[in-house]
Design a protein around this ligand. Structure first.
Ligand code: KG4
Ligand code: ZN
Length: 328
């Protein structure tokens, strides 16, 4: 039996992502292409401008898809299913990829799947070693810091989330404050290599809690005060990164113990962070991270979510499926 090629599209924020995965007859998946156009226009504002993001998606998506097909060595007529992110994200930005995906599926007469962005992030890691539930999943990105228990395929139980800022948002804001550039995650990670993690004392957020929640606004305020008091950017970066990594690993470990899970999937943009990966690898847990190019927003992870839906025998989404800023 011939393999099925699934094209995935993510335009939830400021990256135009198109990926293609191959679903073999035996059910195994393999990423065949993953192309991302990262919008540079936002750098001058230090944050994403929604209207500019939508326009750039419109201008770029055709080219990104052509690049993805070329990378996979496929023609558009080889595509057997299409998946696109329907939420959560910026509604105007989401609509571009969603409409494009629906149009493509209709033109090719193939099934269409509206995908959940966070499920995509989770599959970006889980499909690394064709991992099957049960596992715990930590999604740490610019928009989310969410812990899910995944007792069985397709079932997600929210264990805890951030009460305020997402972890990536804190990296971005502290980098901007310290003049380290945008996006802040990689900038902080790089500066931290030259800094002293003991220089700035950060108090552990929500210390002693019984729940599995996160909070990053206190770290952000502490960073602002330290910055005003003259802390060096690289010291601020090293100290903040250590505090953020510590609380992410500690809370996830407690949750894994409480839910009886040995395997943890860590995904989303912040999962690209080397210090975070090292800290997780030092625990007694089996930790799975996304492969190269699959941490931050991308289309391949949405194609992987589409492949999982197909494999599970889920019915395709109606072409009336809309975009949602907040998707529970
Ligand atoms: O998953 P993603 O591309 O977009 C969202 O869905 O939010 O995540 C982007 C976030 C940004 O906040 C960025 O600063 C952060 O991921 N990030 C990192 C690193 N690379 C990206 N944070 C820490 N260390 C990194 N190496
Ligand atoms: Zn994301």
């Amino acid at each position: 039996q011939a393999p099925l090629y699934i094209l995935g599209i993510d335009t939830s924020c400021d990256d135009t992502g198109v990926g293609i995965v191959e679903l073999s007859a035996s059910g195994s998946v393999q990423v065949r292409a993953n192309r991302i156009w990262t919008q540079a226009v936002h750098a001058q504002y230090g944050g994403v401008m929604p209207e500019l993001a939508s326009r750039e998606h419109v201008e770029r998506i055709d080219g990104v898809m052509a690049d993805a097909l070329a990378e996979a060595g496929l023609k558009v007529s080889d595509i057997g299913a299409v998946a696109a992110t329907s939420g959560p994200g910026l509604v105007g930005a989401l609509l571009v990829g969603l409409m494009y995906g629906k149009g493509l599926a209709q033109a090719l007469d193939v099934p269409f799947f509206a995908a959940h962005h966070l499920e995509g992030h989770i599959f970006a890691a889980a499909s690394e070693d064709n991992l099957q539930a049960p596992y715990l999943a930590l999604v740490v990105s610019g928009g989310h810091t969410h812990l899910f228990d995944v007792p069985e395929e397709g079932k997600y139980i929210l264990v805890g989330a951030t009460r305020d800022d997402a972890a990536g948002e804190a990296f971005d804001k502290i980098a901007r404050l310290a003049g380290l550039g945008y996006p802040g995650g990689p900038a902080i990670a790089e500066a931290a290599l030259r800094g002293n993690p003991d220089a700035v004392p950060f108090k552990e957020p929500l210390q002693g809690q019984k729940a599995f929640e996160f909070s990053f606004s206190g770290l952000k305020t502490a960073a602002l005060l330290a910055h005003k008091a003259g802390a060096k950017p690289e010291d601020l970066a090293a100290s903040f990164q250590r505090a953020a990594v510590h609380v992410l690993v500690k809370t996830t470990r407690r949750a894994a113990e409480a839910y009886g899970r040995q395997t943890v999937v860590v995904s989303g943009g912040v999962a690209a962070n080397t210090a975070l990966r090292e800290a997780f690898n030092q625990t007694d847990l089996h930790v799975v991270f996304p492969g190269k190019g699959l941490n931050t927003d991308n289309g391949a992870m949405i194609a992987l979510a589409g492949a999982a839906a197909l494999r599970a025998g889920r019915a395709p989404s109606p072409l009336a499926a809309g975009a949602t800023a907040y998707a529970p």
